[in-house]
Design a protein. Structure first.
Length: 507
């Protein structure tokens, strides 16, 4: 289905809208990309400063990281229009290292994490995304929307009362303006209007400048001052590995979300190693590292209508210009404007359909449980990786439990010339969860001397099933009865030949 962005003709396909070359030929689409990049840059400034504070480093490290990550990923990333910068998830992972060993070890860990991400990307870690269920993805999106909203709550506590009407006005603009025109991104208009009001009326409310000092110079080459020894590697290794996994998980899941929003595909393997390249570049320029940012990405893609790498690149360029050359102007932007924008992003990100009573009534309970578990754990820990991991684990357990109950065993007894034979037909997928009960489905003492176990309607998946069949056979032999297993497919036969009779001794 074609997407009509910023007034383009419906004939443009989603893939054409991602083309940098085609966008450069269209002034209207180019304007959309430029304005989107500007809005994202404005939203990145307080976020980067806040994440720097969480990590325990100078705000400049977060701002430099956001600049270099955005610029680098615009060229090497696999998902057009996705924004990568300093993030809270990375800050939380790496903060203990800053407290214990200082900034140089921290930057060394960022560089090593980038190396790990390149290795993992080239090794095909992106392919693991197929094992993340839809219910976990929905939980991930909803949890992230909640976290985005929660991150704005401190900006609404213990502040001058004028902050509240300013936020309300900002919300009216970002929600209402798109109904009138989409020529200019509503978040940008909200930021400009509220800034003009607070400056002209000399209203004293918290501003971007209150968040921290903005840098006054360009980032430069930074070589971490750490000894190149095994001891250093032992210190930074666990933090770098954790950062690599958290960054890849958040980036790949954000890429999948953007795929759904834009009805296009991304190159997730390229995105994986591209994140590594971006973190290495960021580390060597003194930045704190990062990954994809779903909040800013949704501002770029959903609120502003951007579709190409141009917006990502310009977000980094504008960020640098704003904080270095126009720091005085940026510092007077009221936080109320950015809070309004982020609340809108939170609302737009949340999958409201997933919690509609009609949807919950129609959806299998297991799916709802998985989504709820992902949301609860993510919000409780403020760690997307932990939340997604728990969600996947819950989904696996519920799936195994459901599949285990789908295995059936039917028994029939036939008599030919006075010789009775008991035949058991096993139907279903046999693995550790279902095969454990298989042993109890046979009438060992009551069966005649000849038993046939027909497996043509089943498949053997693991060693637990082989061990269960061995136990069944041994039990019948103990009663002096003959057992014949028939109907195994090729894969199951190969597994039986390799492991049959060799597992019981290890129990």
């Amino acid at each position: 289905m074609a997407v009509n962005t910023a007034g383009d003709a419906p004939s443009h396909t989603p893939e054409q809208l991602q083309s940098v070359r085609e966008t450069l030929k269209s002034p209207r689409r180019l304007k959309t990309e430029v304005l989107a990049g500007l809005v994202v840059a404005l939203a990145l400034i307080p976020e980067a400063i806040a994440f720097s504070i969480i990590a325990g480093v100078d705000p400049r490290l977060g701002l430099f990281a956001s600049f270099t990550m955005a610029l680098t990923i615009a060229f090497v990333g696999g998902r057009p229009a996705m924004i990568s910068a300093a993030t809270g998830a990375i800050a939380l992972v790496i903060a203990p290292l800053v407290r214990s060993h200082g900034v140089d070890y921290f930057i060394a860990a960022v560089i090593l994490a980038g190396i790990f991400q390149i290795i993992l990307g080239l090794a095909g870690v992106a392919k693991l995304m197929r094992f993340i269920p839809r219910s976990v993805m929905v939980g991930f999106v909803n949890a992230l929307a909640i976290l985005i909203f929660m991150s704005q709550v401190p900006e609404l506590l213990n502040v001058p009362w004028l902050v509240y009407p300013l936020v309300a006005l900002g919300l009216v603009i970002v929600f209402g303006l798109p109904k009138l025109t989409k020529a200019v991104p509503a978040p940008l208009i909200a930021i400009v209007v509220l800034t003009v009001i607070t400056v002209l009326a000399a209203i004293s409310v918290p501003t971007v400048g209150d968040k921290g000092e903005l840098p006054d110079s360009l980032p430069s080459l930074f070589i971490p001052n750490v000894p190149f020894t095994l001891d250093t590697l032992q210190v930074i290794f666990p933090f770098a590995l954790a950062m690599a996994f958290v960054g890849l998980l958040e980036s790949l899941m954000t890429a999948k979300l953007v795929d759904d929003v834009t009805d296009t595909r991304s190159h997730k393997t390229r995105e994986a190693w591209g994140q590594g390249v971006a973190n290495i570049v960021t580390g060597f320029t003194g930045g704190m590292g990062g990954c994809a940012m779903i909040g800013q990405t949704m501002i770029n893609v959903k609120a502003s209508g951007a579709r190409t790498r141009i917006s990502t690149f310009l977000a980094g360029v504008f960020l640098l210009i704003l904080v270095v050359a126009l720091g005085g102007v940026v510092s007077v932007i009221p936080m109320a404007a950015l809070v309004a924008v982020m609340i809108f992003v939170s609302w737009a990100t949340f999958d409201w359909h997933s919690v509609h009573p009609r949807t919950l009534k129609m959806m299998p309970k297991s799916e709802t449980i998985v989504m709820a578990a992902t949301v609860i754990v993510t919000v409780a820990t403020h760690n997307l990786a932990i939340g997604v991991g728990v969600g996947v684990l819950v989904a696996m357990v519920l799936f195994a439990r459901r599949v285990a109950h789908l295995v059936t065993v039917e028994r029939t007894v036939t008599s030919v010339e006075g010789h009775e034979t008991a035949t058991y037909v096993v139907n279903g997928e046999l693995f550790f969860a279902s095969s454990n009960d298989l042993y109890t489905q046979f009438e060992y003492a009551l069966d005649p001397d000849h038993i046939v176990i027909d497996m043509h309607a089943s498949h053997l998946w693991d060693a637990s099933t082989i061990a269960a069949l061995d136990a069944i056979t041994e039990k019948y032999h103990h009663h002096g009865k003959d057992v014949k297993i028939i109907g195994l497919n090729d894969a199951s036969t190969a597994m039986c030949e390799r492991l049959g009779g060799k597992l019981r001794a290890g129990h």
